[in-house]
Design a protein around this ligand. Structure first.
Ligand code: F6P
Length: 347
């Protein structure tokens, strides 16, 4: 019988993680579970960097962004000796099962660790919303709100100066943040990796706006969008992080320069960067994180491990961890087509 549950948060942080930690701790208490917080993702599990979380230690954290446990992009199976270290920590702290909150890298590792016999329930979290099998990941809603607010602010200054504002957002190879915030913020052009668009298309669309009397434009571009027609430019930095993800420079600056050159309209570029990952979680993310946390403890109690909790059509379900392994949920082109129909300056 499991008495100790370990919880770790891995990969990039996001708002909502503290609500998850709180929910795991508190929903485990009536069953007599002790929750052990593992610091800095897999790294803490390898180093034995673990703290006991109590009802009072998670008090007041639901509204805080980031993760009280810290995070890292450490790969737990890089060296064969690392798995032994993990086993030692689990034994030392009498941890019988793990709740692992992560994006694609952390969940892929979770699947591999679980395959070696460690009971794990995964929780999908990333502002990118690119984890398959779940409609939403923790952190996505907050990021979309943050970006939408930024677009609203850029709108007023774009209007005053009759400028084009290019807004670069995160998302790696998925355009979820760009698309949802672009729709919500009334963007005039949304560029995402999933939909092929050339610089000529963008210029044509923006010219059409000016023909109907518009004097400014908002262009939202996802960091991983390749833009055909402006020569070879590095969307990727060429470097990778510890999980093997490409680091993105993004298309924003080059796109902005090219639009100004081709259209003769003053253009400014804003790269929202890590602002999108910070700050207080929205009510939606706090509730989603709480639902995921309670469900994760229930799955451990039921012995339904090697699974991930997920949100499907407003219900919390579980799916096999193997079904999300190295897969990515990309934007549905139909949703992009919908966004196109409401962009200003009809063409
Ligand atoms: O995984 C979320 C994400 O925010 C990506 O959209 C982004 O490219 C990446 O993390 C950057 O993270 P970091 O700078 O922490 O490596």
């Amino acid at each position: 019988m499991v008495l100790g549950i370990g919880i770790l948060t891995g990969g990039g942080d996001c708002p909502g993680l503290n609500g998850l930690i709180r929910a795991v701790v508190r929903s485990g208490l009536p069953y007599g579970y002790r929750t052990l917080g593992i610091r800095n993702g897999w790294q803490g599990l390898m180093k034995g960097d673990v703290e006991l979380l109590t009802d009072s230690s998670v008090s007041g954290i639901i509204s805080r962004g980031g993760t009280i446990l810290g995070t890292s992009r450490t790969d737990p199976l890089k060296n064969p000796a690392d798995f032994t270290k993990i086993q030692n920590t689990l034994k030392k702290f009498q941890i019988g099962a793990l709740v692992v909150a992560g994006g694609d890298g952390t969940l892929a590792a979770a699947h591999q660790v679980a395959a070696r016999g460690i009971p794990i329930v995964g929780v999908p979290k990333t502002i990118d919303n690119d984890i398959p099998q779940t409609d939403m990941t923790i952190g996505f809603d907050t990021a979309v709100s943050t970006v939408t607010e930024a677009i609203d602010r850029l709108h007023t200054t774009a209007e005053s100066h009759h400028r084009i504002m290019v807004v670069q957002v995160m998302g790696r190879k998925a355009g979820w943040i760009a698309l949802k915030a672009g729709i919500a913020g009334g963007a005039d052009e949304i560029l995402i990796p999933e939909v092929h668009v050339t610089i000529d298309d963008v210029c044509r669309n923006l010219r059409a706006r000016y023909k109907v009397g518009k004097q400014f434009s908002i262009v939202v571009v996802a960091e991983g969008t390749p833009l055909e027609g402006i020569g070879d430019y590095p969307v990727f930095e060429g470097e990778r992080d510890e999980c093997g993800h490409e680091k993105f420079v993004g298309a924003g600056n080059i796109l902005g320069r090219e639009l100004e050159r081709r259209l003769g309209i003053e253009t400014r570029v804003t790269n929202l960067g890590h602002v999108q990952r910070g700050g207080t979680p929205t009510a939606f993310d706090r509730v989603l994180a709480t639902r995921f946390g309670v469900a994760a403890v229930e799955q451990i109690r039921a012995g339904n491990v090697s699974t991930m909790v997920a949100l499907q059509s407003a219900h919390i379900v579980t799916v096999p961890l193997s079904s999300v392994f190295h897969r990515q949920k990309l934007v549905d082109p139909e949703l992009y087509a919908l966004a196109r129909t409401v962009m200003g300056g009809k063409r």
